[in-house]
Design a protein around this ligand. Structure first.
Ligand SMILES: CC(C)(COP(=O)(O)OP(=O)(O)OC[C@H]1O[C@@H](n2cnc3c(N)ncnc32)[C@H](O)[C@@H]1OP(=O)(O)O)[C@@H](O)C(=O)NCCC(=O)NCCS
Length: 202
């Protein structure tokens, strides 16, 4: 797999090719807009199935907006939504420090393994750092997220507000020491959705 990136007018553009033969073409990682919501939700249903909203991460997202400036889609050459990632404001324990929860990350099943997930992750991490956030947490597979620096090494004293597999609670410090001494259950801290947004932003 080969990924090259360059930035034009605020969007990160990625030329993505797969040694498997499929060439996904140019993919742009851009800020999600209201017009992307239906396509993003359809993609998430396709990629993750109907049980996706039962996850404990969802408790920290439901009824909230993503963290300011931290909702992205990948657009393929025809501008269709080919991938999605969002980050959410949380606090680490009662009265604890602020952090971000990343997810869901998903790529259209037909475009998997072409580097789009990695492009979304790298862009999301870079923007979170640029905006001054100190740490990102997520629930996911370390064999995938480890390549971006995530590990379970600093999350042993933290918990999700619902069932989850402890070894899949991963974190990345954007500021050295941001996770020193953190403990407790993650709490939602994001801006609440307005009533009229609740039906569409799910
Ligand atoms: C996980 C996902 C986002 C990765 O996106 P992608 O665009 O296919 O990822 P990339 O092209 O950047 O990377 C693909 C590589 O990651 C590997 N990979 C994908 N998912 C993995 C996992 N769960 N564990 C370990 N490796 C994984 C692939 O085997 C591939 O390996 P290779 O580079 O050796 O070929 C995508 O597969 C997806 O949408 N899956 C369904 C939804 C999901 O599970 N989301 C994560 C929730 S925690």
């Amino acid at each position: 797999m080969d990924i090259a990136n360059f930035t034009v007018e605020g969007a990160a553009h990625w030329s993505i090719s797969s040694v498997g033969g499929e060439v996904a073409g140019a993919v742009a990682i851009v800020a999600e807009t209201a017009a992307d919501v239906a396509a993003r939700e359809a993609l998430l249903d396709d990629a993750m199935g109907p049980r996706r909203k039962a996850k404990s991460s969802e408790k920290l997202r439901r009824g909230r907006r993503p963290s300011e400036g931290l909702a992205f889609v990948a657009r393929d050459a025809s501008s269709a939504v080919a991938g999605t990632v969002r980050l959410w404001d949380v606090t680490l324990g009662e009265g604890g420090p602020a952090a971000l929860l990343l997810g869901p990350l998903a790529v259209a099943p037909s475009l998997k393994s072409a580097g789009i997930g990695s492009a979304l992750m790298r862009h999301a991490i870079a923007e979170a750092a640029r905006l001054g956030h100190a740490a990102i947490l997520l629930v996911g597979d370390e064999p995938y997220y480890g390549r971006f620096g995530f590990s379970a090494a600093r999350t042993g004293s933290l918990a999700m507000p619902g069932p989850y597999e402890r070894h899949r609670l991963l974190a990345l410090e954007l500021v050295d020491g941001a996770l020193d001494g953190v403990q407790g259950t993650l709490k939602a801290a994001g801006r609440k959705l307005k009533a009229q947004e609740l039906t569409s932003a799910a």
